[in-house]
Design a protein around this ligand. Structure first.
Ligand code: HEM
Length: 417
């Protein structure tokens, strides 16, 4: 499948033979033309097999309920890196990253417990004042009456500072964390990707792990109570003896988790509200709707497009038999637009009832550990935007990342009034 700028995605999605639909093609997301393909799959073939793709054969699970079934059945659907990991694109032999998102029980749960306190309610309350202070500063410094890139000036600025805080990493050096995040998620065959081979990717991540290890050694030797991710891993039983490769893997997981997803929700929300001006008006008149808006943005944008599992046994789903060893993609981006689970799913509705019941954070034992932190950052951003009476006008459509994993917005020109 090939997505050209001047082609009609709906006509293509409905006219091509069903078995040629391959939603793993990264151009579909770069060109923002993926929705009709998922719409057809949800209606005609919700558990869909693609025999031939750039990433090998795989199943696509496209309906909300079926995605939940796969996500909660972790005994059958493995995340393990030795079986390929959590992306459609298999982990490349010799360069696997054994982070805890790519482990099964009990190893996964033990390690997850070590980092969870960083986002416990007490720690979030401690961070709130600092996040608000940074947010107000960034908003107050934005240019007025001229076009600027919301991604660069707001989304990247705020999430990179948050990331530095989570690792207690020098603030002035935060661009390096963003670079390693991009290195982790990119498809190496993207022309302007930061790295162009698995070996190059691994080499960059080794540099990151070496820098993290230096901080680790310092903090492991200290008994001072600290609340950053490195200190937590350095002192917890399940993680204090991690080898270099596991340290590398977990740091790159936490960098991506703490960065890309929230960054793109900050941009996706601005784009979404610009497409639904009546909702934006409703929000301005009812600022108490911000918590519901935040969940709705995270659903509507869906920052993580898919995650993958590998079947450990045969499993019946939607009338199909998934065989042991098969690769299964849960397309959150489709589940969140499932007409059978969500009313008017394509609309962004700021007072949507039960807005938190989206699928963007996954389900089951791997459900996003940072979801409350993401919501907190977005809540503060929108509270402060509304408090200042800032009106954001989007000047052009967003430029999207070429990725089948992260729903990334690279550029969003806006003016504020
Ligand atoms: C809107 C923002 C976010 C979205 C949409 C999101 C999405 C997700 C999803 C879908 C998963 C499930 C993984 C799976 O089932 O295999 C996940 C896991 C995870 N997320 Fe998030 N995330 C967000 C923010 C964050 C933040 C701020 C952090 C940082 C602290 C974070 C850290 C993680 C980690 C460490 C995992 C692995 C959990 C595990 O395997 O047990 N995420 N996230």
């Amino acid at each position: 499948m090939d997505a050209h700028v001047d082609f009609d995605p709906r006509a293509d999605a409905y006219s091509r033979p069903l078995d040629t639909i391959d939603v793993s093609v990264p151009e579909l997301y770069r060109d923002d033309v993926y929705q009709p393909y998922f719409e057809r799959l949800r209606r005609e073939d919700p558990v869909h097999y693609t025999a031939d793709s750039h990433f090998g054969p795989y199943w696509s699970v496209t309906r909300y309920k079926d995605i939940m079934t796969v996500a909660v059945n972790h005994q059958v659907f493995s995340s393990h890196w030795e079986l390929g990991g959590v992306r459609i694109e298999d982990q490349v032999k010799g360069f696997e990253r054994p982070s805890f998102i790519q482990m099964d029980e009990p190893d996964h749960g033990e390690r997850r417990k070590a980092v969870s306190p960083v986002v416990a309610p007490g720690n979030l309350a401690r961070m709130e004042g600092m996040i608000r202070e940074r947010t107000t500063r960034v908003l107050d410094e934005l240019p007025r009456g001229e076009t600027f890139d919301w991604v660069k000036h707001v989304s990247v600025e705020l999430t990179s500072r948050m990331l530095a805080t989570l690792f207690d990493w020098p603030l002035e050096d935060r661009q390096r964390l963003m670079f390693w995040s991009d290195v982790t998620v990119c498809h190496v065959d993207t022309p302007d990707a930061p790295v162009h081979s698995e070996a190059e990717r691994y080499a960059e991540l080794q540099k990151m792990a070496t820098a993290m290890k230096a901080l680790w050694d310092e903090r492991a030797a200290s008994n001072a109570q600290r609340f950053d991710l490195i200190s937590m891993m350095a002192h917890a039983d399940a993680t204090r003896n991690m080898d270099f490769r596991e340290l590398l893997a977990n740091c790159s997981l936490l960098i991506v988790g703490g960065n890309d997803t929230t960054r793109n929700s900050m941009s996706g929300g601005v784009w979404g509200l610009s497409k639904f001006p009546d909702e934006y008006r409703k929000l301005r008149e009812n600022p108490e709707l911000v918590p519901s808006l935040v969940s709705e943005i995270i659903r509507w944008h869906t920052p993580v497009l898919h995650l993958r599992r590998t079947a450990l046994a045969d499993f019946e789903l939607g009338g199909k038999t998934i065989r042991k060893g098969d690769k299964v993609a849960m397309w959150f981006v489709s589940g969140n637009r499932d007409e059978d689970a969500i009313k008017n799913p394509h609309d962004l509705i700021v007072d949507r009832p039960r807005a938190r019941e989206h699928i963007s954070f996954g389900f089951g034992v791997h459900r996003c550990v940072g979801n409350r932190l993401a919501e907190l950052q977005l809540r503060i951003l929108w509270e402060e935007i509304l408090k200042r009476g800032i009106e954001i006008e989007v000047m052009d459509s967003p430029k999207y990342l070429r990725s089948n994993l992260i729903h990334g917005i690279r550029e969003l020109p806006v003016q504020i009034h």
